[in-house]
Design a protein around this ligand. Structure first.
Ligand code: ATP
Length: 209
């Protein structure tokens, strides 16, 4: 069972790591892949170069043996559509169960994703619910939940795709946007980032503007 945790990771922060750690404990993943986005389809391009975002991820996952970095989206040209990434992983992994990890807010807005209805054919969806996640899903997402929701973690291993599991996670309240803003304002971010990531940002003079 392969978990796929996509994001811009601009930069990776303790909130991302908390989610990855909590999910590693809650689910029997063989591998949990952190998947940095190449060219985001729905938002401004990342501020840091892909090489720096990957270098920071590498520093962040040192000592976390179940976490690996998947570079397929940064290597691919054009917009990073998750459906293309999952199709590729499905081809590579054959009969392996794939679990796409997304936050509740992203899940509530799933119909804005490219070819969103195919996602559930290619992978399971593991939806991380933060305390206070309030965005109401639209009718199409409600319907997806009615058809695919399960409470049984074992089902994610037994089947290769097709289930939606909602999982409450006690998260750390931090975002990359906040970290970038604090760095630009020369404020301290040491509590929000792994030590080695903070040191890398300082050494490379990243996020100064
Ligand atoms: P930005 O502020 O630039 O939008 P971000 O902090 O939301 O970035 P991303 O790299 O875009 O981070 O997010 C990757 C994934 O991690 C998304 O699914 C997002 O919901 C989730 N995530 C980000 N921060 C947290 C957090 N503090 N707790 C739980 N999940 C988080």
């Amino acid at each position: 069972m392969i978990g796929i945790f996509g994001g811009t990771f601009d930069p990776v922060h303790n909130g991302h790591l908390r989610v990855a750690e909590a999910l590693s404990v809650a689910l029997p993943f063989d591998e949990l892949r952190l998947l940095p986005c190449g060219e985001p389809a729905h938002r401004a391009p990342p501020q840091a170069h892909a090489d720096d975002r990957i270098a920071m991820l590498q520093l962040a996952i040192e000592g976390h043996s179940s976490l690996v970095i998947d570079k397929c989206e940064v290597r691919r040209k054009g917009p990073s559509y998750m459906v293309d990434t999952l199709a590729l992983l499905r081809e590579e992994s054959g009969g392996e169960s794939l679990v796409l990890i997304i936050g509740w807010d992203a899940f509530a807005g799933l119909p804005t994703w490219h070819r969103w209805q195919q996602l559930i054919e290619l992978a399971h969806l593991l939806v991380v619910q933060r305390p206070g996640s309030v965005t109401a899903p639209c009718d199409e997402v409600q319907q997806l939940l009615q058809q695919h929701q399960t409470d049984d973690v074992a089902e994610l291993k037994q089947r290769i795709a097709g289930c939606v599991l909602l999982l409450p996670v006690d998260v750390v309240d931090v975002s990359s946007t906040e970290v970038r803003a604090r760095l630009a304002a020369k404020e301290d971010v040491s509590e929000r980032l792994p030590v080695a990531v903070s040191a890398y940002i300082k050494e490379k003079h990243l996020y100064l503007s």
